[in-house]
Design a protein around this ligand. Structure first.
Ligand code: PMP
Length: 394
């Protein structure tokens, strides 16, 4: 076949992680590679009950087309419960329901980025976002992180040195992949810098509510006086990812454009799952459900970190995440985590090598571990085996 793809499509590469995840599907593999929630926590019985009610009482409406902006009761819940909890006062006119925050990431690049424009991101950053952005052929400027998240003085320098920055992308809470959280001071500063340089900030926060200790930090958007911050939320990690429900919270002028893009992409998010989710949240308490998730993940995190202390070579360092799904492991310079992963797979353990989280390459001596999706026994056994593998590299 002689088929001519667009330049954009020619530039697309299959995600290494997708390939790797295929290998980890074998039941004997203890996989710390994915980022999946614990399926045993999905509220299946309660969902059965509310789904029947939706079909009995609002059946035709739930199976019909509906508005692009999203199902109004769900948008009201997002405003009054989820965004309010994150310190953001907003209205339904600032909310667009999307098919997971992944869709919002793709839309953001489509909305703000021309070929060759600069996207500023954290180093490392979420691979799924980087891949979505790459279709729009940007340049990436990576900003290093310390224990308080993106280093804002370096962000300011990058804004000064590049006159075609179109978007700042950040994951402030329990970042994927590093597990780090941005300090409140830096959140304020990013909101100020966005206004000063007139550059939108895409604040991607799927994990903010999965907090194991301390108080949740307010969203960057809560410090946004000038309207440059776009916050992305999702029910994937606090409820069920299969429903594919997320949202964009932005100033009306920006949101209107997202609505037009959404119309072109898929007209609207799934009416049925929006109504099921809204009904669930009207009749049950999502905060209680989130608390159950937190308890399970906190134990798994504790066990993973304790096991790493016990079984990893002492020179290996890692993040102590205060929430979310991931910890990030730093090996000494010169060790390639992809090579470690090959050896680990022989012992039926898997993780994601860190290289692909850096859009401009390099940084091969890191890897990401997920603790939400494996049982406590498997976490201990997997980390023990990984410790043995790592010792061969030290
Ligand atoms: N952003 C980040 C940082 C993520 O880790 C993920 C999922 N792993 C997403 C966005 C996409 O999530 P969803 O589309 O399920 O809302």
């Amino acid at each position: 076949m002689e088929i001519k793809f667009s330049d954009r499509a020619n530039g697309l590469k299959a995600s290494e992680i997708r390939e790797l995840l295929k290998l980890t599907q074998r039941p004997e593999v203890i996989s710390f590679a994915g980022g999946l929630p614990a399926p045993e926590l999905f509220p299946i019985e309660q969902l059965k009950e509310v789904t029947t009610k939706v079909l009995d009482e609002q059946g035709a409406q739930s199976l019909q087309y509906s508005t692009t902006e999203g199902y109004l009761p769900l948008r009201e819940i997002i405003v009054n419960e989820r965004m309010a909890k994150n310190g953001v006062k907003t209205t339904v006119d600032n909310i667009l329901v999307v098919s997971g925050s992944q869709q919002a990431l793709e839309f953001s690049a489509k909305l703000f980025v021309n070929k060759g424009d600069v996207i500023i991101c954290e180093s490392p950053s979420y691979l799924g976002a980087l891949n979505a952005f790459k279709a729009y052929e940007p340049e990436f400027v990576e900003i290093p992180m310390d224990d308080d998240g993106m280093e804002v003085d370096k962000l300011e320098e990058a804004l000064k040195n590049n006159n075609n920055v179109k978007m700042i992308y950040t994951i402030p809470d329990f970042q994927n992949p590093s597990g780090k959280t941005m300090s409140i001071e830096r959140r304020k500063r990013i909101a100020e810098l966005a206004a000063e340089y007139k550059v939108p900030v895409i604040e991607d926060s799927p994990y903010g509510e999965l907090i194991f200790e301390g108080k949740p930090y307010p969203c960057i958007k809560s410090f946004d006086k000038a309207g440059y911050v776009v916050t992305l939320g999702t029910f994937s990690k606090t409820f069920c990812p299969g429903l594919r429900l997320g949202w964009i919270c932005a100033e009306e002028e920006i949101l209107k454009k997202y609505v037009m893009i959404k119309q072109g992409a898929d007209l609207q998010s799934n009416t049925f799952t929006q109504m099921i989710a809204a009904r669930f949240m009207q009749e049950h308490n999502l905060d209680e459900h989130i608390n159950k998730i937190i308890e399970v993940y906190r134990k798994r995190r504790d066990l993973m970190l304790e096991s790493m202390e016990k079984y990893f070579p002492k020179e290996v360092t890692f993040t102590y995440p205060k929430g979310g799904l991931f910890t990030w492991v730093n090996l000494k310079e010169g060790i390639d985590a992809a090579e470690v992963n090959k050896e680990a797979l022989k012992q039926n353990v898997a993780f994601v090598p860190g290289g692909s989280f850096y859009p401009n390459g390099g940084n091969k001596n890191h890897f990401r571990l997920n603790y939400s999706n494996m049982s406590e026994e498997k976490i201990v056994e997997g980390i023990k085996r990984l410790g043995e593998v790592l010792k061969k590299f030290y």
